[in-house]
Design a protein around this ligand. Structure first.
Ligand code: SF4
Length: 501
């Protein structure tokens, strides 16, 4: 074994985000739109990126596709001169940022997945995890299918290609009715763009549009922040159990064609962790502003677990940047009603450290934390500090982070977490460690965990107050399985084993 360098994958106390999908229809700069949109969604997947475009050949009588895929960040994958303008031609594009939740990290697994089948060109990008992959793979392999990748997403292509339905729309719908689990999908073909959210709508997907000379250009994206960067206006979130078709009629009329996937629409089960941590605070997901929800989480946390002063010292609240910033603002505001409280920037995060980085020399957790964060001594020294984090998953880095903050000599150091203890893994598209590795399963009480991490007190937000912080929409509830173990969609127990290389 080579000990000279240690590759550290997302070595903070977070679950690893899933993926981003983007689709663009009717824009002569479709690939450039997709590129910027993917860049805005980089936080949802930093291992690999890909864009496929569809264009007419020079005689204008046949449609073709072009694609570029690669490992790394969006800015690196498409950095070559002419990649976007000369290779990725066409007014239709689809893009994907990958963080592998199933299937190993290898080039073949980078989406979008492209195919030419009996009905023409089809390219697909998927966010989520299927929960009946094993059954479907076996069925398809028994029928002669040969899988090119180790992902669950490829199952969709085989289900679509074998469908006897006449239209692409019906073929896709049939495939979606067979697949179970979490999927927010974008599919582009030589006839239009199809987007869908699974019947429970676990993962987000939104629609944006922009006025063009010939009508409207449409974009679908995992989060609305993708629309902002390219000046598309937010139209709405796809509904759960909804499949939409955007084609040349939609471009002219502005009317999106909408269909149900399953005949009966179940209660939605939006992923609550998207609000807690995954999505950007400047995004709208599931039709709501993430910022607002995250602020409410912080406010509720302060109502449940305020911090009181020592003598007359005011409270200084600091966040673990960046994902905890908004909840921290909410916390500070409500705690200020109880006792004088200020929000300060006590930790500075390096933005040059990605989720996968190499720390040369040694496998030293303290050094790794210092690669990411540093303290602002003047903010922390001799102050009554409360540090807010949005979640604790593995807990190992929290300990090193607390040691770092203590190095700046706070008078007292307490910790508040704007979600309940994470005790169960996710099977719907987030990468969590095993149950044994989750810190909340190693300690019986908050006091024991506080002792281990090294803070004077530690309090989580209760499940009840987390749910209270969520938007209330008719027919919508939330998946909270990583906190409660109540999985809303049945899991095929060995689903993930067969997907390993
Ligand atoms: Fe989201 Fe947790 Fe449910 Fe997974 S288990 S979908 S992370 S709430």
């Amino acid at each position: 074994m080579n000990n000279c360098s240690h590759i550290c994958k997302d070595d903070n106390d977070k679950a690893r985000p899933n993926c981003a999908v983007v689709g663009v229809y009717n824009n002569p700069e479709a690939s450039i739109m997709a590129y910027y949109a993917l860049h805005a969604l980089q936080h949802r997947g930093q291992e690999a990126s890909g864009i496929t475009t569809i264009y007419f050949d020079e005689e204008k009588n046949k449609k073709k596709y072009a694609y570029i895929k690669g490992e790394g960040l969006v800015l690196d994958v498409f950095s070559e001169n002419g990649a976007l303008t000369e290779v990725l031609k066409g007014d239709v594009a689809i893009g994907h940022n990958r963080y592998s939740t199933t299937g190993a990290s290898k080039i073949a697994n980078i989406q979008p997945f492209n195919m030419i089948y009996k009905n023409g060109i089809l390219s697909l990008a998927h966010n989520g995890n299927l929960t009946n992959t094993k059954t479907l793979k076996k069925m398809l392999q028994d029928e002669g299918a040969i899988f090119q990748t180790t992902t669950d997403s490829e199952v969709f292509l085989h289900l679509i290609a074998r469908s006897k339905k006449e239209t692409k729309l019906e073929q896709v719908r049939e495939a979606l009715q067979i697949a179970r689990g979490a999927y927010s999908l974008c599919i582009v073909t030589d006839e239009g763009m199809i987007a869908a959210r699974d019947p429970h709508g676990v993962r987000p997907l939104s629609i944006g549009r922009k006025k063009m000379e010939n009508g409207y250009s449409y974009m679908v994206a995992s989060e609305s922040t993708a629309f902002d960067i390219v000046n598309y206006e937010y139209v709405r979130s796809l509904k759960h159990n909804e499949m939409i078709l955007i084609d040349d009629d939609t471009v002219k009329t502005g009317k999106i064609k909408s269909f149900k996937i399953d005949e009966v629409t179940p209660i939605a089960k939006h992923c609550i962790f998207e609000y807690v941590y995954f999505s950007r605070p400047d995004s709208k997901i599931f039709g709501h502003n993430v910022d607002k929800v995250r602020r409410k989480l912080g406010k509720n946390l302060a109502e449940e677990s305020p911090v009181m002063p020592i003598k007359d010292e005011k409270i200084t609240v600091i966040s673990v940047p960046d994902s905890s910033n908004t909840a921290t603002l909410g916390y500070a505001r409500i705690n200020d009603n109880v006792t004088p409280t200020v929000f300060e920037i006590g930790l500075i995060r390096s933005h040059y450290v990605g989720r996968t980085f190499i720390s040369p020399g040694q496998n030293n957790r303290e050094l790794k934390v210092k690669t990411k964060f540093n303290t602002v001594q003047g903010v922390i020294e001799n102050r009554n500090i409360v540090v807010i984090d949005d979640s604790i998953v593995r807990g190992t880095t929290s300990k090193a982070l607390i040691k770092l903050i203590k190095g700046a000599k706070p008078m007292k150091l307490q910790m508040r977490v704007s979600s309940p203890p994470v005790k169960y893994p996710c099977y719907y598209g987030m990468d969590f460690p095993s149950r044994e590795e989750l810190i909340a399963n190693k300690f019986d009480t908050e006091e024991e965990l506080a002792d281990y991490i090294g803070v004077d007190s530690l309090k989580y937000l209760s499940l009840e107050k987390m749910l209270d912080s969520m938007p209330k929409d008719e027919g919508v509830s939330y998946c909270d399985a990583c906190f409660t173990g109540n999985y809303p969609i049945p899991i095929e127990k060995v689903n993930f084993e067969i997907l390993e290389d």
